[in-house]
Design a binder for this molecule. Sequence first.
Ligand code: G3P
Length: 219
Amino acid sequence: MHLYLDSADANELARVLPSPLVAGVTTNPTLMRRAGLGWDGLPDLVRRLRELGVTTVHVQVRHADTDGMLRDAREYLALGAGTTVITKLPATRAGFAAARALTADGAPVTMTAVVEPEQVLWSALVGARYAAPYLGRMDESGRDGLAVVGAMQAVARAYGTAYDPALRLLVASIRSREAFRDLLRLGVGAVTVPVPLFEALTTHEATLAAERAFLADAS
Ligand code: G3P
């Protein structure tokens, strides 16, 4: 399981990083806008994340055509220097074309805004490392998000393992501890959670109470 944090806010991320539990950070243009970050702020964000021990960062393209996506990706890949930049591409025909061009050159990609199981297969076919469905958004649109993710996981298991590295679902838009646990039951290969949910998932009152009692006895 690869656990990511979904945020473009370095101050928020600094509340919980460095952490041995975290594989990296996922961003998107909406998260960057919310963090008050323009594209010219991306190099600084990557540098600050590196200082926080983050060596894998997902950065989404900002064009809809294949050539534009490839220009974006080359710009992001140049940020490298100690950081693995994984280009996030929407799961459109243009996105899959850009993904194939990038993976042919050995660059890692994540297909994002994945809403149907067949898009997981397309992601495997272009050699993507991750396919990212949005669980909460699917639920909020009236679908049974967990059932859809389950069908996607079946595709990843059946077809994604033929590739090296194997394709993993990277489930995003996770709203609660219960939703996170549901995903564990499905056995998805990666999730990305907002920082407040990560804080909740790694804070256990009974553990803290037991620790306090032990510390009292130790003194
Ligand atoms: O990475 C995608 C994720 O940020 C979407 O989450 O909360 O906007 O549905 P949300």
